[in-house]
Design a protein around this ligand. Structure first.
Ligand code: GS8
Length: 226
């Protein structure tokens, strides 16, 4: 076992990844110390540590707890909540409410990444359609949020983590696709502003300008921008 794996808690992540942000936010909410390792070339040159600990998907994030790996961001967040019970609870204990939180986090996973990609991976009319579809998914989430401060009600939790982790990417998409969440989804905008006031979130999320630069670089590579 290497000295890295001997550490009590290690997170393999990547700075621009909304999925590793979820884990970082959850750990910060619980006040847990861990060692962070940046997976520098997650797409084209994966580290032996990543390949060893996530041989199935070969993706970050991976949380290694006492040498044992846990993969898939939402499963990791749930593991954190189950393991560090004494900290701030992220999931409701009531089975029905828990199932609803799992449903909406799954909705985020099924639609938000692919929806955002419709915008930054297209141009012209395609991009316009992408914006409409993406805003449509956000409006469904806004309806679910309703008048509540957080998805779970009064307290920040699982669904908030699942979605707020995308916020820097959403801001970058607004700039690229020329739309406004504040205008199209005002309640969701207020929710995001509230979430951003939490240190766990503001200290974790990447700078939207850097995400925008990254997406523009990818667009240029794909011939979508000069
Ligand atoms: C997604 C992780 C993922 O896509 C989760 O953890 O929730 N469902 C998973 N990770 C990306 C980096 S973020 O865009 C990744 O590791 N990609 C490497 C690859 O696709 O080879």
């Amino acid at each position: 076992m290497s000295s890295t794996e001997e550490s009590e808690l290690v997170l393999l992540g990547a700075w621009a990844s909304m999925f590793s942000s979820r884990v970082e936010i959850a750990l910060a909410e619980k006040g847990i110390n861990y060692k962070y390792i940046e997976e520098e070339h997650v797409l084209d040159n994966k580290s032996p540590l990543l390949l060893k600990h996530n041989p199935v998907y070969k993706k970050i994030p991976v949380l290694i707890h006492k040498g044992k790996p846990i993969c898939e961001s939402l499963i990791i967040v749930q593991y954190i909540d189950d393991t560090w019970k004494e900290g701030y609870p992220l999931l409701p204990s009531d089975p029905y409410l828990k199932s609803q939180a799992a449903f909406w986090a799954d909705y985020v996973d099924k639609h938000i990444y692919q929806g955002a990609k419709l915008i930054w991976d297209s141009k012209g009319e395609g991009m316009q359609k992408g914006v409409e579809e993406f805003v449509g998914y956000l409006k469904v989430l806004e309806r679910e949020l309703g008048e509540k401060p957080y998805f779970n009600g009064e307290s920040f939790g699982f669904v908030d983590i699942a979605l707020i982790s995308y916020y820097s990417h959403i801001i970058a998409d607004e700039r690229i696709g020329n739309f406004s969440i504040e205008k199209d989804c005002p309640k969701l905008f207020v929710w995001a502003t509230q979430c951003m006031k939490r240190e766990s979130v503001s200290k974790t999320l990447a700078d939207p300008t850097k995400i925008c630069e990254l997406l523009i670089e990818i667009r240029k590579k794909n011939g979508l921008e000069d």
